[in-house]
Design a protein around this ligand. Structure first.
Ligand code: BTN
Length: 251
């Protein structure tokens, strides 16, 4: 179970976020809460469960298991062309924050995977005032101590427990994610992070054949890497290079 006093105590020494953590036993969605209501920048909204958890591309994020992580960071505005890189950096920060516990890989742009199964995901939502970015809500869902998945999900989803057979202290996992995200976000603001080099270390599919769903079509490519802007660099079946800015890759 999430232990707020544990989180506050650890973050007091390690993070600037620590005194701005908002906790809910149950909420519709930590992302929706962060989008709709006014929270100070650098707040963290964390919930034990969500009743309407949101995934990418309008999908549902099942959020009934209190032993998983559901949290959102409220971030200040920055240049909109950095939204895609931030998606990817958030994934890096989670991989690095959890590397002493589990070896995660990233499927573009920001699915967290282990053994070809999804273990976590990231949903960035931006709020604009006119054409000015007002805030960015970075939502993180991570399957931690979930023991099994229903038939429909069991082939594609996993948790840290299923992969390692060890139960985790989810408050500690939450702290690792928060502290690591803060470090990466600071580097991101200073432009001092080489996202391409990190992609080579963390990509699930680098150099492999991938199938991407684009506008209802499914096409085969070979993954070559990413660009500074966070686009996925691929080769099509005729060997021509393409940059992908949106789409879903099969696991
Ligand atoms: C994905 O589809 O991969 C993204 C999943 C993001 C889920 C998290 S859980 C916390 C936050 N609140 C939400 O409603 N969604 C994100």
């Amino acid at each position: 179970m999430l232990d707020l006093s544990f989180i506050n105590e650890r973050l007091t020494s390690e993070s600037k976020f620590y005194n701005k953590i908002y906790y809910f036993d149950s909420i519709d969605s930590t992302n929706s809460e962060g989008m709709v209501n006014n929270y100070p920048y650098f707040s963290v909204i964390i919930a034990k469960t969500q009743t309407s958890g949101k995934g990418r591309s309008g999908r549902v994020w099942y959020s009934t298991v209190p032993e998983n992580i559901y949290l959102s960071f409220i971030m200040p505005p920055f240049h909109t062309e950095k939204l895609l890189p931030l998606n990817i950096l958030t994934a890096y920060s989670i991989v690095e924050g959890l590397k002493s516990i589990i070896d995660l890989r990233i499927k573009w742009p920001n699915d967290l995977v282990v053994n070809k199964k999804k273990i976590g995901g990231i949903l960035l939502e931006s709020k604009f005032l006119g054409n000015k970015l007002e805030k960015v809500v970075v939502g993180v869902g991570l399957n931690v101590n979930q023991e099994f998945f229903d038939n429909s999900l069991e082939k594609i989803a996993t948790s840290i427990f299923i992969e390692t057979n060890l139960k985790q202290n989810i408050s500690e996992i939450a702290c690792n994610i928060i502290v690591s995200f803060e470090i990466f976000f600071q580097q991101f603001l200073k432009n001092s992070i080489d996202i391409i080099e990190k992609w080579c270390n963390y990509s699930e599919n680098l150099g492999k054949q991938i199938k991407i769903h684009i506008n209802g079509d499914k096409k085969t490519f070979t993954e070559k890497g990413i660009t500074e802007q966070g686009e996925l660099l691929v080769l099509d079946e005729n060997g021509f290079e393409k940059k992908i800015i949106s789409g879903d890759i099969d696991l």
